[in-house]
Ligand binder design. Structure first.
Ligand code: NI
Length: 208
């Protein structure tokens, strides 16, 4: 072996080693950031969520107590929403379909309207059927809706009314998971893919 070839081999081995170490570090930092996310979720547990008194699609009173023993997958929005709400509710529906029937059965997907002036119980009840046959649609008095949104730190604000009397409602778009005991478990950002939410929920079941 010439000295030049020997030197080239040593340099190549060195470069491969550096790449391997760098990749290893990246994986480790990815693991660390995941741990931090879990810790944060644990820390905010007590600060998010709370009781609610709302009205279901059939016009009957519904409270958070009605869902004890199940995981609530909660979303706040409004039926006139052009894109954000339909996208999120579609992802929630797909999430349920990605779980096994037994896993899906442990979850109640719930849509809470933050536009109760337009979203009557009938409208909300009909709206959710477009996404999933198990989805529950809730609305209520303006005060009741404000109160539950506030407890989940869900923000909403009515936009300007146009000539037709229509208006948009600006709102946050998180999907909340609440445990069978009524305690907040976690929240998913807007546009979290169904596959990611399904994986997360499976992990939540495993960690019980
Ligand atoms: Ni929306």
């Amino acid at each position: 072996m010439s000295r030049r070839l020997f030197f080239a081999i040593i340099v190549t081995i060195g470069a491969v080693a550096i790449v391997a170490i760098t990749l290893g570090r990246d994986f480790m930092s990815a693991d660390n950031s995941q741990q931090t996310a879990t810790q944060t979720a644990t820390q905010v547990k007590v600060n998010i969520g709370g009781p609610f008194q709302l009205i279901g699609g059939t016009g009957k009173a519904v409270s958070d107590m009605d869902f004890r023993g199940k995981y609530m997958v909660l979303y706040f929005g409004y039926t006139f929403c052009p894109d954000v709400c339909p996208t999120s509710l579609g992802e929630i529906a797909d999430t349920l379909d990605l779980l096994s029937p037994d896993e899906a059965d442990r979850i109640v997907p719930i849509f809470i309207s933050i536009d109760p002036e337009r979203d009557t119980p009938e409208i909300v009840g009909e709206y959710v059927t477009h996404f999933h046959d198990r989805m529950v649609g809730l609305t209520g008095s303006v005060d009741a809706v404000k109160s539950v949104a506030k407890s989940y730190k869900a923000y909403f604000s009515k936009g300007e009314i146009d000539a037709d009397g229509d208006y948009p409602v600006d709102h946050t778009s998180y999907t909340y998971v609440v445990g069978p005991d009524g305690q907040f478990v976690t929240a998913y950002r807007h546009a979290t893919p169904a596959a990611d939410m399904a994986k997360s929920l499976k992990n939540i079941f495993l960690e019980e």
